[in-house]
Design a protein around this ligand. Structure first.
Ligand SMILES: N[C@@H](CCC(=O)N[C@@H](CS)C(=O)NCC(=O)O)C(=O)O
Length: 337
């Protein structure tokens, strides 16, 4: 019995040491490799100066700020829906932060681990106003533009079958061709995540007012950052950076006040989060200023949301389920202690 357990412990240690190391690799490299969308405004897009901006981009900057003390030390790799998982599995990127839905099979058979949920979404339909369609149920026999390698494609088939709609998918791999095909009238409708439809309508439609979002949301699409399975230390870092950004919003810590609050706040929770009381950084293998730097350089979860996809942005999204749990939403930070 004793013999077996020693061997099991040894085997477990060997597996851990063989697969660990992403955190050390990043520290040595001095740069985080982050996989993002090729160009979905609000989530990830290169601006006119070639600088990457968006909610998914900001999450990677927060991880770099926590790990390396500098949120600019990120190499962004644009990935299509079909390329994204291979890029993570092969080690080309350390983290995938790309409007990617957490599903059972992605979490298991694909060898990934999701570190949390940073955006709650669902799938919808966009149609030209001139079609006069008021509900997805009116789309019987319609052609629908959809991208492959997505949950979108699978949900569309389920929805069509479940409702006897005989929808005809028009599957287009490249994002640019996908949007162009729809606006050129090659499909009656376009389907993807509602946030992406808002982004496409606001930034790519020839006339945004001519496009209607149908009322049905046909799926749940919880997006989150993913890492390779088998490196729990790295998964922990990514998981807790996300929690720290949410905790910061819960505690009223912002990019502008976090440094001052790190000494002024009497709250034990704030002191632990910001490293004024040491321990959390060490537990993660990071500097005690990990969360302070992430919040100072990138902002809290709500600031990231508002700046990129909120009411003041071209997407104009409500917080909806992405509001804090204390305000009726689903965003809830795990205890940092
Ligand atoms: N959330 C869904 C869909 C994600 C997705 O890739 N959506 C498309 C539709 S907007 C996209 O981002 N395309 C950009 C590209 O292919 O580069 C998933 O994880 O499968």
């Amino acid at each position: 019995m004793r013999f077996v357990s020693t061997h099991l412990v040894l085997a477990a240690a060997l597996v851990a040491s063989a697969s660990a190391g992403t955190l050390d690799t990043i520290k040595q490299r001095g740069q985080l490799a982050c996989g993002v969308n090729v160009g979905l405004a609000g989530f990830s897009i290169a601006d006119s100066q070639g600088k990457w901006v968006g909610l998914d981009v900001d999450f990677c900057r927060a991880v770099a700020a926590a790990v390396l003390g500098d949120g600019t030390k990120v190499k962004f790799t644009p990935l299509s829906a079909q390329q994204r998982f291979t890029a993570l599995q092969s080690g080309e990127v350390d983290v995938l932060s790309r409007n990617t839905t957490w599903t059972l099979t992605r979490d298991t058979s694909l060898g990934l681990d999701f570190a949390g949920i940073d955006f709650y979404d669902g799938q919808g339909f966009l149609v030209p106003k001139k079609l006069g369609v008021k509900s997805a149920k009116d789309l019987k026999g319609a052609t629908v533009c959809v991208q492959p390698g997505t949950t979108t494609e699978l949900n569309l088939a389920d929805y069509s079958r479940a409702n006897g709609l005989a929808l005809k998918p028009v599957v287009i791999e490249k994002f640019e061709e996908f949007t162009k095909a729809y606006f050129a009238g090659r499909c009656d409708a376009m389907t993807t995540d509602v946030s992406a439809l808002a982004s496409i309508r606001a930034t790519l439609a020839p006339a945004a007012g001519e496009q209607v979002l149908l009322p049905e949301t046909i799926s749940k699409e919880p997006f989150g950052p993913a890492v390779r399975q088998g490196d729990p230390q790295w998964a922990d870092v990514v998981r807790w950076v996300l929690q720290a950004l949410i905790e910061a919003e819960e505690q009223g810590l912002t990019a502008a006040n976090v440094v001052e609050q790190s000494t002024a706040s009497p709250s034990p929770n704030v002191k632990r989060l910001l490293g004024t009381t040491a321990g959390m950084g060490q537990a993660l293998g990071l500097s005690e200023k990990w969360a302070l730097e992430a919040i100072r350089q990138v902002g809290n979860y709500g600031e990231i949301f508002e700046r990129n996809v909120g009411k003041g942005s071209p997407l104009g999204l409500d917080r909806g389920p992405n509001q804090l749990w204390t305000k009726g939403g689903l965003i809830y930070a795990l205890p940092i202690r």
